[in-house]
Every structure is written in structure tokens, then in C-alpha cells.
Design a protein around this ligand. Structure first.
Ligand code: ADP
Ligand code: MG
Ligand code: ZN
Length: 208
């Protein structure tokens, strides 16, 4: 269903969930299928997210797809060209009015697929993903595996760093946690639960 692009008909898909829930993998899967269907597809990612690669979109499982790094929503509009399918990874880090640009692209007949965190490490809605979920025809919410107990996880636990909302990092800074195992940060925003059970690897974590 989602791969049939009727000419002149656009729509919005949102893929959301906590870190490690497979959002980027799912975005890559949908874009590959669009290309198999011979649809012109382009992928954007925020230039802030250079965890694995400056240009490619890369999942935690090392699947990758070439992308265009951008800073603002306006950059996406300018660089989308005639692409029929437009993917955006880590959309919560794109600056500017992404909702308006996404609406405009879908209204002009494009299929727009957005992947992003629906909540931040405090468990609060992470704009503009909630607004984009309301705009979308199709919403997929994924869960990860809780790093502590193995249950389905829908929360991101920050296990290091400070209290800034945007702190790009991988397994050295974040874990997926279920409702029971997630520990809310302190009132000042300091991450709780610094202890780690899972000893993953990641590149350098980058403070922003
Ligand atoms: P997201 O974009 O949602 O952060 P990715 O698509 O980049 O997630 O990565 C998903 C992959 O991460 C999984 O297929 C798996 O290989 C790996 N992974 C590592 N830790 C976990 C975890 N706790 N739960 C689920 N997948 C994990
Ligand atoms: Mg991702
Ligand atoms: Zn758990």
C-alpha cells in the first residue's frame, strides 16, 4: 500500500519511537523499496548528526544509504528537486518550520517519510514529531529492546552527559528502557541511572 505512488497524490508517513527502535532501518527499507519501484527518492538528515558518517544515513546495525545533510527545513524544500519520495531521518534535529515544509511537499504530490524521536530523554514530546504525527496519514511507532530487562522499550535513558536537550550520541550515552526500568531525570535535568549493564560500542559522542 505504502509503496504505490499515484501521480499527483502525496502523503506523509511518520516512523517514530525511542533510540535503537529501528527507525532508521525502517526508513532505509522503505526508500530502497521506492527505488526498486523506480521512483526518484532522496534522503535528508540533519548535519548535526554526524555520529557514523557525515553524508550517509546509517543505522545502529550499520545499514546505510547516501543522504543530503541539511540544517533547516527550508534546505529540504530547496534540495528536494523533483523527487517523488522524500525521506528525512532524525527529523527532530531539523531547524525551522518542518511541519509547513512537509505539508507543502505532500500537498504538491510527494510521499514524505519522516523518522524521528517522539520523546526526548525526559520522556517529553519532542517537537515537531508529535505535530507531524497529526499531519501524517500513516504513523508507525516502533519499540526497542530494554537494555536492562529485554521487554519492549519505548523510552530513551540518558546514562551520561548533562541536561541539554540535544546531545547527539550512541550507546555510550543512551539506552532503550521499558516503562519499569526507565528512570526519569532529576528535576534539574541531570540524567538518572548512570550505571550501565550493557557494554555497547559507538563512535565518539558529540556534545552540542
Ligand atoms: P533508531 O534509528 O531507532 O535509533 P536503528 O534503525 O539505527 O534505530 O537501529 C536499530 C538496530 O539497532 C537494531 O536492528 C539492532 O541491530 C540494534 N540495536 C542495538 N541495541 C538495540 C536495542 N536495545 N533494541 C533494539 N535494537 C537494538
Ligand atoms: Mg536513527
Ligand atoms: Zn526493562
Amino acid at each position: 500500500m505504502l509503496n504505490v505512488v499515484e501521480r499527483g497524490r502525496g502523503w506523509v508517513e511518520v516512523i517514530c519511537g525511542c533510540m535503537f527502535s529501528g527507525k532508521t532501518e525502517e526508513l532505509i527499507r522503505r526508500l530502497r523499496r521506492a527505488r526498486i519501484a523506480q521512483q526518484a527518492a532522496v534522503v535528508f538528515k540533519p548535519s548535526i548528526d554526524d555520529r557514523y558518517d557525515v553524508e550517509d544515513v546509517v543505522s545502529h546495525s550499520e545499514q546505510r544509504i547516501p543522504s543530503i545533510p541539511v540544517k533547516t527545513a527550508r534546505d529540504i524544500q530547496e534540495k528536494a528537486g523533483d523527487a517523488q519520495v522524500i525521506g528525512i531521518d532524525e527529523a527532530q534535529f531539523i531547524e525551522g518550520d518542518l511541519l509547513t515544509i512537509v505539508r507543502r511537499l505532500a500537498d504538491s504530490g510527494r510521499r514524505v517519510i519522516i523518522a524521528g524521536l517522539d520523546t526526548d530523554y525526559r520522556g517529553e514530546p519532542f517537537e515537531p514529531i508529535p505535530q507531524l504525527m497529526c499531519e501524517a496519514e500513516f504513523v508507525t511507532k516502533l519499540t526497542a529492546v530494554c537494555h536492562k530487562c529485554g521487554a519492549p522499550a519505548h523510552r530513551t535513558q540518558r546514562i551520561g552527559g548533562g541536561s541539554e536537550r540535544v546531545l547527539v550520541g550512541g550507546q555510550a550515552l543512551y539506552e532503550a528502557r521499558c516503562r519499569q526500568c526507565w528512570e526519569p531525570p532529576t528535576k534539574t535535568g541531570e540524567p538518572a541511572g548512570q550505571g550501565r549493564l550493557f557494554n555497547g560500542t559507538s563512535g565518539e559522542d558529540k556534545k552540542l
